[in-house]
Design a protein around this ligand. Structure first.
Ligand SMILES: NC(=O)c1ccc[n+]([C@@H]2O[C@H](COP(=O)([O-])OP(=O)(O)OC[C@H]3O[C@@H](n4cnc5c(N)ncnc54)[C@H](OP(=O)(O)O)[C@@H]3O)[C@@H](O)[C@H]2O)c1
Length: 173
């Protein structure tokens, strides 16, 4: 079981534009069946966790697809209840215990955003970061990971338009 921040980023380190658009991402060519693609990652996911803006994006853009398996949404907002989704403002260490219990041997997917991934890293609870880098710079937006995290490069690849990399998390300052 690993806790993995699996995401796509612009070359300059943003995972969404300031108005939460992902058009820069979905207009690029990628193969879901490649080793870094969704089809390889998704079967390993046993539970996922995301912040309120990511959940809101899903509600607005892909309402049927919250996540594979049970999901935890870190938020202070009141979202309508939903089967398989836990809304909480508990500390990430407590949330991680619940995620581990739900995921069993499967991986935990930290969906985003970056600050939330940084909270898990700072708590020593993030094992890997897997990024697919789109051929675009955005100039501004929501950051990939606004924390100091020491990483070790473990694997690289290409998925059509994307450069892909898998890092092990060593420590977080
Ligand atoms: N490129 C990609 O592959 C990718 C992947 C994932 C997401 N995204 C996009 O990236 C953007 C991420 O937005 P974001 O950076 O603002 O991050 P986010 O984590 O989705 O949302 C941040 C908000 O979540 C709540 N939150 C986060 N941590 C919390 C905690 N520990 N306790 C309680 N509440 C917490 C807070 O809102 P409240 O206090 O108001 O509840 C916070 O303002 C979205 O547009 C999303 O669609 C892109």
């Amino acid at each position: 079981m690993r806790t993995v921040y699996y995401t796509a980023t612009s070359l300059d380190g943003f995972i969404a534009t300031p108005d939460h658009s992902l058009e820069w991402l979905f207009t690029r060519d990628q193969d879901p069946a490649s080793p870094f693609g969704w089809d390889a990652f998704e079967p390993r996911v046993g539970a996922s966790v995301m912040g309120a803006n990511t959940y809101q994006w899903l509600l607005d853009n892909a309402p049927g697809e919250v996540s594979s398996g049970p999901a935890w949404v870190l938020t202070h907002r009141s979202f309508p209840p939903r089967d398989g989704v836990t809304f909480t403002a508990d500390p990430v260490a407590r949330v991680h215990r619940e995620l581990r219990e739900a995921a069993g041997e499967q991986d935990i997917w930290v969906v985003g955003g970056g600050a939330l991934a940084g909270e898990f890293a700072a708590a020593g609870l993030l094992d890997e970061i897997v990024v697919s880098i789109a051929p675009v710079t955005l100039g501004s937006g929501t950051p990939l990971l606004p924390h100091h995290v020491e990483l070790s490069l473990r694997e690289t690849g290409r998925n059509r338009d994307f450069v892909c990399a898998r890092y092990a998390v060593l420590s977080s300052g």
